[in-house]
Design a protein around this ligand. Structure first.
Ligand code: ATP
Ligand code: MG
Ligand code: ZN
Length: 546
């Protein structure tokens, strides 16, 4: 017996079987219900997301003799004929192979004749963007005044190449890329029915590689089944794709968050044994950083993803500004990878760079300035803010090796950063940072002190002087729930907090930084020299920590 590829074998036969694309399916079923079908539909979207599939289901539904809840019944002669590809009133054209105007004319000439069997003649023109200009014109004529018994279903990956005159006569539906979770779930469903063994992480790898396309996902699954001799295991799939599973990536990032170089290098070593494509591992890292950054701003952003929990855990361990920096280092590191003596060295250097240049590391480790041998700065440069204080506790004249960290510059209130290496998960400031809240919600959180937090309840002490709003209270509750991953009771106690709230800490820290900047300027040798030799003065009020 011939092996039928999974994508064909498992093409959905009715609307219910379609994965995702709810917006499209729902509108079509509504139109069927109210008998409000348009005469021309255009389905757009990338490859393998269900354009042809949905168009065929619609063609079936339009003609089915016995619609079941606005789904084709799958039983009647129309449904059977259509499923077997021998329904005379469905005229499927692959525009990619029939681009000439004569072809289109021939085809459309027949439109005027009544359908053979069904209620409607359905023209399904796939890859419609491939039609030539003349063919479009021929099509346009029929689209303008279609016979009542004709429906057009057009599909394309490239709607930009379709003339607006055609676009404006169609009802357009844009199909979405499928989420990795949707693809993995469909794979699991298919494998169960095919009675094949599989490991969940393997499906996640495949689903990620499918890059939004169900067809690509199922083709990869076909390959994996052959590769693994009927079994879909993580090792085999990693091998086949040349990628590594998410676990090692997660381990590396956890070690990075903990500043633990030796574990990080151990994990890289483990990966290296799988002979992976390090460029791909780095890509995975970048994708993870991107999603961590999303979660830190909008906790619900990736709630649907299958690895949402892992991302949330990492998001809680990393500061948003670190994530930005790591992303940048990783992004630029991609270029290095090709130039490095071998990809593993390149990858290791990129990861070590992240570890070395962590802003937190700069604060606690000493990247001290060379004994003051600076060239004498230009006088005007001093009047402008040429001094770069890094943190209150450090010599202000220290020059940070990294620049793109913006957290000292922003005037708005941010969670105070505590030294991450010492902070526990109970640390309110780090919880605030991990929640990625903003505006009023952040302000509210910053004005609270944490009394207690456990699985069910979080109790905050809030300065009675602070004007709170129900909206920000609710937003904070939601953010806390997203952070905890479960519903939570949030209690506010109106009391003068006995410990400094992040807002108070921030003010103190600012004052300290300001004082440190002023002191640093006063004691800077170069400035002394300028004062002595050029009678320079520091303009009052011009010193600002950067
Ligand atoms: N939304 C979906 N739900 C379930 N299966 C899907 C979905 N989209 C695609 N598939 C699977 O992928 C196969 C190909 O889908 P389809 O032909 O509809 O893609 P397409 O969007 O028309 O792609 P192309 O642009 O390459 O023509 C189907 O046979 C089916 O197995
Ligand atoms: Mg198609
Ligand atoms: Zn039917």
């Amino acid at each position: 017996m011939n092996y039928q590829v999974l994508a064909r074998k498992w093409r959905p036969h009715n609307f219910t079987e379609v994965v995702g694309q709810e917006h499209v399916v729902k509108s079509l079923m509504n139109a069927l219900q109210h008998d409000r079908l348009h005469h021309a539909y255009l389905f757009t979207g990338t490859r393998g997301v269900g354009k042809t599939t949905i168009a065929r289901i619609l063609a079936k539904a339009i003609n089915c003799e016995n619609l079941q809840d606005f789904n084709p019944c799958g039983e009647c002669s129309v449904c059977h004929a259509l499923d077997e590809g021998r329904f005379l009133d469905l005229i499927e054209v692959d525009a990619a192979s029939r681009t000439k105007v004569e072809d289109t004319r021939d085809l459309l000439d027949n439109a005027q004749y009544a359908p053979n069997h069904g209620k409607y003649k359905v023209y399904l023109i796939d890859e419609v963007h491939m039609l030539s200009g003349h063919s479009f014109n021929a099509l346009l004529k029929t689209l303008e005044e279609p016979p009542a018994h004709v429906k057009f279903l057009l599909a394309t990956t490239d709607p930009h190449k379709i003339p607006v005159t055609v676009l404006s006569r169609c009802l357009q539906f844009n199909l979405k890329r499928l989420l990795p979770a949707q693809i993995a779930t469909q794979m699991a469903f298919i494998l169960q029915h095919e009675q094949l063994e599989f490991e969940e992480p393997a499906l996640k790898l495949l689903a990620r590689a499918a890059d939004g396309s169900m067809r690509d996902g199922l083709s990869l699954l076909d390959q994996a089944i052959v590769f693994g001799n009927g079994k879909v295991t993580s090792d085999a799939v990693s091998n086949m794709l040349g990628t590594v599973a998410q676990q090692p990536v997660e381990d590396i990032l956890t070690a990075l968050a903990a500043g633990d170089a030796s574990t990080m290098l151990d994990k890289i070593n483990e990966i290296a044994n799988l002979t992976p494509d390090f460029a791909d591992v780095l890509q995975q890292m970048l994708q993870v950083f991107h999603r961590i950054a999303l979660v830190q701003q909008i906790p619900s952003a990736i709630a649907q993803d299958f690895d949402a929990e892992m991302i949330a855990t990492l998001a809680a361990k990393l500061l948003p500004e670190d994530v930005q920096l790591y992303y940048q280092i990783g992004l630029l590191g991609q270029k290095d990878l090709a130039l490095a003596p071998d990809p593993r060295i390149g990858f290791e250097m990129v990861m070590l760079r992240m570890l070395t240049f962590r802003p937190a590391a700069n604060r606690s480790n000493s990247i001290k300035p060379a004994p003051s041998q600076h060239a004498i700065p230009q006088a005007h440069a001093i009047q402008q803010k040429s001094v770069q204080p890094i943190a209150a506790s450090e010599p202000v004249a220290a020059v940070s090796p990294i620049v793109p960290v913006a957290h000292h510059q922003s005037p708005d209130i941010r969670p105070v950063q505590t030294d991450r290496l010492q902070s526990t998960s109970n640390d309110w400031a780090s919880i605030i940072a991990a929640m990625g809240i903003t505006a009023r919600t952040l302000e509210l959180a910053n004005n609270c002190a944490l009394e207690s937090i456990d699985d069910n309840t979080c109790t905050l002490i809030l300065d009675p002087a602070y004007m709170r709003t129900t909206r920000s209270e609710e937003a904070l509750k939601r953010a806390l729930e997203a952070y905890q991953g479960k519903p939570l009771k949030l209690i506010f106690k109106a009391n003068k907090p006995t410990v400094d709230t992040p807002a108070v800490q921030l003010v103190k820290q600012r004052e300290d930084r300001q004082q440190a900047a002023v002191d640093a300027i006063a004691s800077d040798e170069n400035i002394q020299t300028l004062k002595e030799h050029f009678d320079a003065r520091v303009m009052p009020g011009s010193i600002e920590p950067v």
